[in-house]
Design a protein around this ligand. Structure first.
Ligand code: PMV
Length: 333
């Protein structure tokens, strides 16, 4: 067992209402367009990082499984960034676990890289403000930079490494929304988001999606600040549909939706026409996220459960920021 300094952090995933798709710079993960998300409380990743001064390489375990190959390399590269910044060389042992099921349609890379960044910086003795932690988290997975913060979070496309990080828009208690994650497909997605971002420019629709994004961001920001559900519903569904239109028309094309995803989308539109406040948004996968005010959550949940092809529902609320759970400075002494 390693005996070096150790830190444990938790972070929540997030769901974007204005989606990040495509990079200006793939290596730095500088996004092509602004994005805006809600941090998902009730779901979390817990990660501990322990320095292992005697080891020659990093080690990582996710949900009890030892990582190897590209998954381990991605974590090691992320630790390299943090080590370089801290002026340290020790390897580390990373132990991470999600309390939500893999394949549920909740992106674990956002909470995963947010928790890893916070725990690793603490273990390597780097005391950084949240914006700097967010910048570092971005390098592991773009959307992770938003999971540093709680509530509603904007990530502006500044095109510049130094200023590209999440910015809190409104705190978690600003607006009690509920996210029903509707599981229609538990299998792993066939194209991951890192590869997907690189295909975005091959769609002729991407330039117009990017160009019109500032307007949608302004509308969504205004809707959140004013707690205007109808306005948020309209702009968030439009933004999700635009991103999927880009995915479907890239080369090669990516089609994440399954028949049951579309049935859920129709159910949501039907509920809204009948006066129930709810909207859908889908990330790079088949499982729709359905957002509603907390007071209609039970009705909406029952209506979603009854859609043919739905195999599970996960409930999330507005969550808080990534945070340190514990640190151990020197286990040897
Ligand atoms: O952070 P990544 O590389 O996993 O990309 C996330 C992309 C979407 O989830 C589809 C959209 C978003 O803004 O979260």
């Amino acid at each position: 067992m390693p005996t070096g300094p150790s830190a444990t952090a938790v972070a929540h995933p997030n769901i974007a209402f204005i989606k990040y798709w495509g990079n200006q710079d793939d290596a730095l993960r500088l996004p092509a367009n602004d994005s805006l998300s809600m941090t998902l409380g009730g779901l979390q990743t817990t990660t501990s990082v322990t320095l292992a001064p005697d080891d020659q390489s990093d080690e990582a375990t996710l949900n009890g499984n030892r990582l190897t190959g590209p998954a381990l390399e991605r974590i090691s590269r992320h630790l390299d960034l943090i080590r370089r910044r801290a002026g340290r060389r020790e390897r580390a042992v990373v132990i991470s676990a999600n309390d939500f099921p893999t394949g549920s349609g909740v992106a674990s890379s956002a909470s995963g890289f947010a928790a890893l960044t916070v725990a690793a910086c603490a273990a390597y003795g780097l005391d950084l403000p949240a914006a700097e932690l967010s910048r570092l988290a971005r390098r592991g997975s773009g959307s992770a930079c938003r999971s540093l913060f709680g509530g509603f979070v904007v990530w502006p496309a500044t095109g510049d490494d130094a200023t590209s990080h999440g910015q809190p828009l409104a705190a978690a208690d600003h607006w009690p929304l509920v996210d029903w994650v509707v599981v229609v497909d538990r299998s792993a997605k066939h194209v991951g988001s890192t590869a997907g971002h690189q295909l975005a420019t091959s769609s002729s629709l991407q330039p117009s999606r990017v160009q019109t994004c500032p307007h949608r961001l302004a509308v969504a920001t205004q809707a959140i600040l004013a707690r205007d559900f109808a306005q948020l519903a309209e702009v968030a569904e439009l933004d999700s549909d635009l991103m999927h239109a880009v995915m479907m028309t890239s080369s090669p094309p990516i089609l994440y939706w399954q028949p049951a995803s579309i049935r859920v989308m129709h159910q949501v539109r039907g509920l809204r026409r009948a006066g129930t406040p709810v909207f859908y948004t889908l990330d790079a996968g088949a499982n729709p996220h359905c957002l509603c005010p907390a007071e209609s959550a039970e009705d909406v949940g029952r209506a979603l459960e009854s859609v043919p092809g739905v195999v599970g529902l996960l409930r999330a609320e507005v969550g808080g920021p990534a945070r340190i759970l514990s640190t151990v400075v020197d286990q040897a002494g």
